[in-house]
Design a protein around this ligand. Structure first.
Ligand code: HEC
Length: 292
């Protein structure tokens, strides 16, 4: 890849920004929400793989594949890890390119913040090997913090509108990717040990069509494939995004409805089902999504 995974093209006064090489492909990403990630980390590979249907055997137009990634040398595979040709199942990041929260944290320090560690000592831009600017213990603390940040809890579960909306969510195939319920495997963090939770993601990659193709890849992910975004906390997003939502990987959708209408590829049929709903049904579905 030309230029590295992430460059900082703006800088504070007195420092030079990093130049983006001519011809390098450029994709925009907004930061995902960071709550409940410990649950996603504690799901077994077998459960993720069970949701995948690469040849669309059930003929619903939705396949879903894991992002098979190379394991960085500082990582240890999880117990019962499933591999394919020596590659492992990625699960964090918009393209599921990071193996676990430790991997994500090390990469984010290096690529998003330009802070090198013993695990990832090379500066992305200059390629120079530098002395660690953060200790391994500090990284471990941040990982533990992310693992134990509480998941958003659905509010108004009992309202009839929300219940009707949830039924429409399933009937319109939204749940075929945004899996309504998952469970964790064994975890040495008690709160994450064998728990059922509702993140509304299958952690798989889906072809989302050409409008969402932005020429960017990680691992085995194609440029038009994206990991299903968890929908828990969606109704709280406005408050954490400055009063207005910014949805999809690059934040281009300014409302939940706009986000749904951007669904193409494997999700095209589901989008069309949404479009065909009556305005009352649309409102029920949106009210359900806002309760998450
Ligand atoms: C084929 C799989 C698939 C289906 C079916 C699907 N989605 Fe998605 N959804 C995704 C993926 C993948 C993304 C992330 C796309 C991106 O970031 O560009 C996403 C993103 C979203 C987002 C934006 C979330 C955020 O925080 O940015 C919302 C809202 C959403 N979907 C709702 C729905 C609803 C409602 C339905 C049913 C009408 C639906 N989806 C059907 C895969 C699917």
């Amino acid at each position: 890849m030309q230029g590295g995974p992430q460059l900082q093209h703006r800088a504070i006064t007195g420092f030079n920004p990093e130049n983006i090489p001519f011809g390098a492909s450029q994709a925009t990403f907004i930061a995902p929400s960071n709550t409940g990630l410990g649950f996603l980390e504690a799901v077994s590979d077998a459960d993720i793989l069970a949701l995948s249907d690469p040849d669309d055997k059930d003929n619903d137009g939705i396949s879903g594949v894991p992002n098979w990634i190379e394991l960085a040398n500082f990582l240890t595979p999880k117990p019962n890890a499933i591999t394919k040709n020596g590659k492992y199942i990625g699960r964090f990041g918009r393209k599921a390119g990071a193996y676990n929260l430790f991997n994500q944290t090390v990469n984010a320090y290096n690529q998003d913040m330009g802070i090198v560690s013993a695990y990832s000592p090379n500066d992305t831009y200059s390629k120079e090997t530098l002395d660690p600017e953060i200790s391994n213990a500090e990284i471990a603390d941040v990982v533990h913090y992310l693992q134990t940040l509480k998941a958003p809890i659905q509010r108004t579960v009992e309202s009839t509108q929300v219940k009707a909306g949830k039924e429409l969510f399933v009937k319109n195939q939204c749940g075929a990717c945004h899996t309504p319920s998952m469970k964790t495997a064994n975890s040495n963090i008690q709160g994450l040990n064998n728990k059922t939770f509702a993140a509304y993601t299958d952690l798989l990659m889906h072809d989302m069509g050409k409008d969402l193709d932005d020429n960017y890849t990680e691992g085995s992910a194609k440029t038009f494939e994206w990991r299903t975004t968890p929908l828990w906390g969606l109704g709280l997003a406005k408050d954490s995004q400055g009063g207005k939502v910014h949805l999809m990987h690059d934040g281009r959708a300014k409302s939940i409805e706009e986000a749904i209408l951007l669904h193409g590829g494997e999700a095209h049929k589901s989008r069309q089902k949404y479009v065909a709903l009556s305005s009352k049904e649309k409102q029920e579905l949106i009210t359900f999504l806002e309760s998450l």
